[in-house]
Design a protein around this ligand. Structure first.
Ligand code: NDP
Length: 298
C-alpha cells in the first residue's frame, strides 16, 4: 500500500514559513508583499480559484487585491490595467486567472505582465530562464509538483520521470524543471501526449509519474511500475456513483488501484491543488524581495 502524499499538510507547512517571512519583512522594511489577481468574466471554477488565492494570501499576511472584470472587458482595457499594475510600486505580483474569454488573446496578456511581477511564471522571459536553468519565477503547479517529489524521494538524481501532458502551464515547465542539473532535479525526462501511441509503455518505466491531462481515471494499475511515486495533477468533476445526483472530484489516476502498486501517491483533492497556491505565495514573497533589492535568502 502506498504512502499518501498529504499535499494539504505540506502546503500548510510552506504557508507557515511564508507567514513568518512576511512578518519578518514587515518588521524590517515596514511593508508587506502584495498580490493583484485579475479575473475576467464569471467562470465558476475560476471564481473559486481566485477566492482561494485571496483567502490564502490573507492567511499569510500578503496584501491581496482581487480585480473582478466584466466578461465583455476588451483586450485593450485589460492591457491598460496591467500597465497600471506594472507601474504601481504597491503591487508586487500580478496574476491573470486563465482561461480568459475567447475574444482576449492570452499570450498577449501574459506578455504584457512585467516579468519581475509574473508570479505565475508564464511570461516568455521566465519560461526562457527556466529552460536555461537561470533563477526565475517557476510556474506554481510544476513548482508544487517538484516540492512534493523531492520531499517524497530525496535522492532523485538519475531517476526517470515520465510526464503525461505537455501544456504550457504544467507538462512543459515541469519537464524543463526536472531536467536541470541540480539537486532538486537531474532526472531523465520523458513527456507523453496525444501523439504517444502506447502511453503505458512509457509510464511503466517511470520511477516518478506525473499526470496532467484532465481525463478522469486515465492511468490504471497496469500502467504503473511497482514502487513508483505518482503525482496526479488532474482535476475532473464526475458523477459520484455512490451518491446518485451528486458529483465528486477525481484525478487522472485511478487512485484506488494505483495505490496498491505505487510507493507514494497524491490524492485528488488534497494533493497538488493546495501546493499550487502555496507556491504562488512563495513566488509573491520572492517578487517583493526582487523589487526591493532584498536578498532572496534573507
Ligand atoms: P491542457 O488541456 O492544457 O493539456 C492537457 C495535456 O494532456 C495536453 O498536452 C494533451 O496533449 C494531453 N492529453 C490529453 N488527452 C490525452 C490522452 N488521451 N493521452 C495523452 N495525453 C493526452 O491541460 P492542463 O495542463 O491545463 O491541465 C491538466 C489537468 O490538470 C486538468 O485536469 C486541470 O484541471 C489540472 N490542473 C490542476 C492544477 C492544480 O493546481 N492541481 C493546475 C493546473 C491544471 P496534446 O498536447 O497532444 O493535446
Amino acid at each position: 500500500m502506498a504512502i499518501i502524499i498529504d499535499g494539504k499538510a505540506i502546503a500548510s507547512e510552506i504557508k507557515e514559513e511564508v507567514k513568518q517571512e512576511v512578518e519578518k519583512l514587515e518588521q524590517k522594511y515596514g511593508k508587506k508583499p502584495a498580490l493583484a489577481v485579475i479575473l475576467v468574466g464569471n467562470n465558476p471554477a475560476s471564481e473559486v480559484y481566485v477566492r482561494n488565492k485571496k483567502k490564502n494570501s490573507e492567511e499569510v499576511g500578503i496584501n491581496s487585491w482581487q480585480i473582478l472584470l466584466d466578461e465583455h472587458t476588451t483586450q485593450q482595457e485589460l492591457l491598460t490595467l496591467i500597465g497600471q499594475l506594472n507601474n504601481d510600486n504597491n503591487v508586487n505580483g500580478i496574476l491573470v486567472q486563465l482561461p480568459l474569454p475567447s475574444h482576449i488573446n492570452e499570450n498577449e496578456i501574459i506578455n504584457a505582465i512585467d516579468p519581475v511581477k509574473d508570479v505565475d511564471g508564464f511570461h516568455p522571459v521566465n519560461t526562457g530562464k527556466l529552460v536555461i536553468g537561470e533563477d526565475c519565477f517557476i510556474p506554481c503547479t510544476p513548482y508544487g509538483c517538484q516540492e512534493l517529489i523531492v520531499r517524497t524521494m530525496p535522492d532523485i538524481k538519475g531517476k526517470h520521470i515520465v510526464i503525461v501532458g505537455r501544456s504550457n502551464i504544467v507538462g512543459k515547465p515541469l519537464a524543463n524543471l526536472m531536467v536541470q542539473k541540480n539537486n532538486r532535479a537531474n532526472c531523465i525526462v520523458t513527456v507523453c501526449h496525444t501523439a504517444t501511441k502506447d502511453i503505458g509503455y512509457y509510464t511503466r518505466q517511470a520511477d516518478i509519474l506525473v499526470v496532467a491531462v484532465g481525463k478522469a481515471n486515465m492511468i490504471t494499475k497496469d500502467m504503473v511500475k511497482k514502487g513508483a511515486v505518482v503525482i496526479d495533477v488532474g482535476i475532473n468533476r464526475i458523477n459520484d456513483p455512490e451518491n446518485p445526483g451528486k458529483t465528486k472530484l477525481v484525478g487522472d489516476v485511478k487512485f484506488d488501484e494505483v495505490y496498491e502498486v505505487a510507493h507514494a501517491i497524491t490524492p485528488v483533492p488534497g494533493g497538488v491543488g493546495p501546493m499550487t497556491i502555496a507556491m504562488l505565495l512563495k513566488n509573491t514573497v520572492k517578487a517583493f524581495k526582487l523589487q526591493n533589492n532584498i536578498a532572496i535568502n534573507e
